[in-house]
Design a binder for this molecule. Sequence first.
Ligand code: GDP
Ligand code: GDP
Length: 437
Amino acid sequence: MARPVLAIVGRPNVGKSTIFNRIVGDRLAIVEDKPGVTRDRLYGVGEWLNTSFSVIDTGGIEIDGEDAILKSVRIQAELAIEEADVIVFMVDAKAGVTPSDEEVAQLLFRSKKPIVLAVNKVDNLARQDDIYEFYSLGFGDPVGISGSHGIGIGDLLEVVCNLFPDKKDDEYGEEVIKFALIGRPNVGKSSMTNAILGEERVIVSDVAGTTRDAIDTPFERDDQKFVIIDTAGMRKRGKVYENTEKYSVMRAMKAIERADVVLVVIDGQEGIIDQDKHIAGYAHEAGKAIVIVVNKWDVVDKDDKTMQHFTQTIRDHFLFLSYAPIVFVSAKTTQRLHKLLPVVIQVAENHSLRVATHLLNDVVSDAVAYNPPPTDKGKRLRINYVTQVAVKPPVFVLFVNEPELMHFSYERYLDNKIRAAFGFEGTPIRILSRRKS
Ligand code: GDP
Ligand code: GDP
């Protein structure tokens, strides 16, 4: 199930980043030990009671020149209106209603999405009365909060979570593989989408009453059903901000959330830049199956070592994606493109693979016998039992004497052993340690 999306919108300095950090907390850092994963905080996962949701901090888009504030606020509002399920419109109790707030209000009025007005910097009870003037903005009851004091955040999230669309079953059946092509502008995502579909019989959905996104494209090949989840941005060209990194990352987020398999597209001609890594890092953190696709292979000068060298370069740059297979293609000439879907099918299978508990325990106890966990202050980690608790991605729980004794390097050792025994190419796997002696 894709998480619902919350966007925080407002003029600069009202406290959007402060609230974003409060909501996301340290949850963003699923893989903090692994190098190469971005710490760029513009997208994160929040939780309130039983609801897990994505949060977009729409602030921080840099726009230069005249009317910079107005322009950036416009972009934020547009992003939020398109991408979010619920929008928090944030204002500042200390500043009162400003003309910029009114501008934002005008933009948000066009949205059909639910909007919650949050008045920040209500740092104490005396300030509570300051929220009433914000009724004039026309968004109903304001919720008073204080980002720096952590007041009212729970109340705000409760209102927000109640406005998220009802959880519905996944729009597509379990047997359908949903994949998204992500990557910076101009790597060839649209060309590749067209090339893939060009070879296929595109089936138009005739399922009545589905809330299927218009930008999803279902198709079928050799009895396997697929859906390409388009990162909407591909269809909307020519906006000033389209090529900014933050914007393309945000556009990719929603597609990543909804996909089972993410194809990280790289330009074989231009090579790898940081932006490629940032985008791939999100897919990794989201726990999706990943295939690295090197496009424009037609224009690369090749000899018999080129592919090997490029593979090594990718491995060096994407240390956190060592599990992802690499496919070289040309969307333009469709050269090697037939290799892509079989790999997508394979990694999707690995992503939802369930390993029998006894096999898992055999592999882990062999691994432990061969290379026992190191001791720490005279104590040694003891692993009593392992079980797989989830798929998509596979999650393994180790029941141990003392979880604190588990070290990252030993976890990685077990990770490698599990992978060597069961495959799991193309999917991240997670290993958790829980106390149970
Ligand atoms: P953004 O530009 O909307 O993302 O705003 P920031 O989160 O960067 O905050 C702008 C300023 O307001 C910073 O100096 C924050 O420390 C301050 N600030 C944020 N939340 C609060 C709050 O609840 N109370 C007070 N008094 N200051 C706050
Ligand atoms: P997107 O922004 O990632 O969707 O990229 P596009 O699909 O729009 O492609 C950007 C540019 O790269 C266009 O001029 C394409 O014709 C070109 N292009 C895409 N794929 C290939 C390829 O495999 N080989 C070559 N030579 N050019 C390509």
